[in-house]
Ligand binder design. Structure first.
Ligand code: PAP
Length: 343
């Protein structure tokens, strides 16, 4: 496994002096930014209030120069460890349900990660997405303010999760892919960094609020989902997702049980048990190799209870309370189903 700290310049881009010049300027810019401790690599950099590793930041700056969004593009946006793998499977299989039978489905032989690109690490402008099937699907972890700086009028599906479960999931993941040149990251260190907002794409709370607030202004353009609600009522949430993406389930499909079949195909138990997700690696963009099994750990609500003591949990809850006060957004288990939005 490797976690490159700098942007790999490919043969194509080596020949492009303009890109090289831009990359050099970006390197100089990054050197001037405030630094914090990283989870997977040594340092994170604070760019306009968002903590990013240098590779993801450089890629963002390149996306701003080169990426051309199309109105039909659909973005899956999320903070890390909030349900991306699951949503990738659900979005891909829902949009392409005319293409595959359930007994010979693409997802039985291909990992959810491979179904559509993780844009943040695609190393623009080397990757070309012009011939991708419409609508183009992209996954990003950038907060809304950064995403909207290089996209225009695209639909966004956002998924969020209880921050305590995000913290534990992220810590486990970081332990797996953290650069071997660095000391392991302890749970206490991870907790401190998370509470201070110093995580890739953090602070967590600003991230969630950025999409939550944007979804108020454009509810037709941003679908705001919660991991916990997906777990508790997957069929209902999937119907919402399909309609939002412009492909609602028909009466005939409902009668044939297609919604439940997609839910079952994409369930944690099914996907994590497939050979294709148990061995081998996924290369996220051009950034890092991750063992496929590391995208599937427990897939549960409330696993934080096995790791955080009372004081730690209270601290995260207090920050969540303070940050989300007056927003109408409630995160975590204590929310009752059907009250996502307090208008
Ligand atoms: P990413 O940020 O690296 O893309 P992401 O897929 O968002 O990761 O989150 C991984 C979490 O989703 C893991 O949670 P855990 O560590 O608490 O177990 C993973 O197990 C969980 N997950 C993966 N696939 C599914 C699924 N089909 N259903 C429910 N949870 C899932």
């Amino acid at each position: 496994m490797s976690t490159p700290q700098s942007l790999p310049i490919t043969m194509e881009s080596k020949n492009d002096t303009r890109i090289n010049k831009i990359c050099q300027d970006h390197t100089h810019l990054i050197e001037t930014l405030p630094k914090g401790n990283g989870w997977m690599v040594e340092h994170l950099y604070n760019y306009n209030g968002v903590w990013l590793n240098s590779y993801i930041l450089k890629n963002f700056l390149l996306l701003n120069e080169y990426f051309k969004s199309q109105p039909s593009d659909i973005f899956l946006a999320s903070f890390m460890k909030s349900g991306t793998t699951w949503l990738k499977a659900l979005m891909f299989s829902t949009l392409n349900r005319d293409q595959y039978t359930f007994s010979n489905h693409h997802l039985l032989k291909n990992s959810p990660q491979s179904t559509f690109p993780y844009l943040d690490s695609e190393c623009y402008p080397v990757t070309d997405f012009t011939n991708v099937r419409q609508p183009r699907l992209f996954h990003t972890h950038y907060p809304h303010r950064l995403l909207e700086s290089f996209t225009v009028s695209c639909k966004i599906v956002y998924v969020c999760r209880d921050p305590k479960d995000v913290l534990i999931s992220l810590w486990h993941f970081a332990c797996k892919i953290r650069s071997k040149d660095l000391n392991p990251i302890t749970l206490d260190e991870a907790f401190e960094l998370f509470s201070q907002g110093v995580t890739d794409y953090g602070p967590f709370w600003d991230h969630v609020l950025s999409y939550w607030r944007a979804s108020f202004g454009s509810p037709d353009m941003i679908l705001f989902l919660k991991y916990e609600e997906l777990k508790k009522q997957p069929v209902m949430e999937l119907r919402k997702l399909a309609a939002f993406m412009g492909k609602p389930f028909t009466v005939d499909e409902e009668e044939k049980g297609v919604v439940q079949k997609i839910v079952d195909l994409c369930s944690f138990d099914n996907l994590s048990g497939l050979e294709v997700n148990k061995s081998g690696v996924d290369i996220l963009g051009k950034l890092v190799e991750v063992e496929k099994k590391d995208f599937f750990r427990k897939g549960e609500i409330g696993d934080w209870k096995n790791y955080l003591d009372e004081k730690m949990a209270e601290c995260i809850d207090r920050i969540t309370e303070e940050k989300l006060r007056d927003s109408g957004l409630i995160l975590g288990e204590f929310e009752s189903i059907g009250t996502s939005r307090v208008d």
